[in-house]
Design a protein around this ligand. Structure first.
Ligand SMILES: [Zn+2]
Ligand SMILES: [Zn+2]
Length: 400
């Protein structure tokens, strides 16, 4: 791929309004037929509860775009139309251009080039795959969580010794996790701030319907992304935050180094060529990083002095982390995933559900729990951990 293409400024614009609403029978994968939908692992192609209300209300709110809805076993997803004809070469390029549509074939790649419903199937599959990866990391499965009846009421646990595992079947949440991918920042802002959308305060991951579910909102022109791998990586990064925050109950208080480290790790498991950074404004920022983060980690160990973990514990949000700390957090989580998976699962188990859903848990309580969990499960204090991680990180040669 030429660098000139990497540098182009891409402006996806919503396709002209198609007066006909998308219908499941248009889906090239399942044609909206029950047996085929079941075979494809989906439960519906729309008309379900979503964000603050439901998919019909979101359709009305974003009436200039067609959203293709899909519901899987653990995740509900909406993906808006994109028009590749309107992706133009612009002022982001160093080269002089006459702003004509160009390289449409290069841009319309992977699942982004699929028929719209098929694209929603592909993105849902990736979200569901990440859900299974998350269950694997947490060492839980669907049966680990309380079941709810059709009215959303928690069923009494059959085993009284059942530990606190949240309020519902989806990693502890009552409702399925949600993702909406809209075409650009304008639609994203409209949706994220509206009372009928996320009614958000600027983050991309929100608790909705009185704590029933966690909903993620993203757009397709975030950080100049234009290809399938980057768009998917960005979704996986934010879904990792939602899955981890929602584990047992949402306290939003997982230490930021674990949140970012795990989100980078799972995004990079999908593709190490993309890196999402969360911001607190209307949109998240996303950057393309072709550098090898194992090399970056070695560089940090050469240049920066100890301690490595402790300074990150004082950071209250992801955008307060330096680039070096993003890399360090990723590398430390990678170390835990690769060398201490059982201990990492036990630490995450200890850090979540401390208040048993009754109250918000403050950071001092979480940090005390983290220190105790490190001692109990890893047999390390933070000094020992820095040392063990540094020894491991210096030896990593596989691209990360
Ligand atoms: Zn379908
Ligand atoms: Zn993040």
């Amino acid at each position: 791929m030429k660098l000139t293409l990497l540098a182009v400024l891409l402006v996806p614009i919503a396709a002209p309004l198609d007066t006909r609403k998308p219908e499941p029978k248009d889906c090239s994968v399942c044609k909206g037929e029950d047996a085929k939908m079941k075979h494809a692992g989906i439960e519906s192609h729309g008309d379900f509860r979503f964000a603050r209300t439901d998919t019909n209300t979101v359709d009305e709110l974003l009436d200039k775009v067609n959203i293709h809805w899909i519901e899987g076993k653990h995740v509900k997803l909406g993906f808006s139309d994109i028009s590749f004809m309107s992706w133009l070469e612009g002022s982001g390029s160093d080269e002089k251009t006459d702003k004509k549509p160009t390289r449409i074939k290069s841009l319309a790649n992977g699942a982004l080039a699929f028929e719209a419903y098929a694209r929603s199937h592909a993105y849902l599959e990736r979200a569901e795959d990440l859900y299974l990866r998350m269950q694997d990391i947490l060492q839980v499965d669907d049966s680990s969580f309380p079941q709810v009846n059709e009215y959303g009421r928690k069923l009494p646990p059959t085993d009284p010794s059942f530990p606190y595992m949240g309020k519902g079947p989806f990693l502890g949440q009552v409702g399925k996790f949600e993702v909406l991918y809209v075409s650009g920042p304008k639609e994203h802002a409209l949706y994220a701030k509206s009372p009928d959308g996320l009614r958000g305060n600027g983050t991309n991951v929100q608790m909705v319907r009185d704590g029933e579910a966690m909903s993620v909102a993203l757009h397709l022109n975030d950080g100049g992304m234009w290809d399938d791998e980057g768009v998917t990586g960005n979704m996986l990064h934010h879904l990792t935050h939602a899955y981890l925050s929602g584990y047992k109950h949402n306290s939003y208080d997982t230490p930021v180094w674990i949140q970012e480290g795990l989100a980078h790790a799972l995004e990079r498991e999908y593709s190490p060529l993309f890196t999402s950074y969360c911001a607190t404004e209307d949109v998240s920022s996303q950057g393309r990083g072709t550098n090898d983060w194992n090399d970056e980690a070695k560089e940090i160990l050469r240049k920066l002095k100890k301690p490595y973990l402790e300074p990150m514990l004082q950071k209250a949000s992801s955008h307060a982390l330096t680039f070096e700390q993003h890399v360090t957090a990723w590398s430390m989580v990678r170390f835990l995933l690769d060398e201490h998976p059982d201990e990492f699962a036990a630490i995450l188990n200890d850090l979540h559900g401390i208040g048993e859903g009754q109250r918000r848990v403050g950071m001092p309580t979480i940090l005390t729990a983290q220190m105790n969990a490190f001692g109990q499960h890893l047999g390390m204090d933070y000094k020992d951990f820095d040392k063990a991680w540094a020894k491991w990180a210096k030896k990593q040669v596989k691209r990360g």
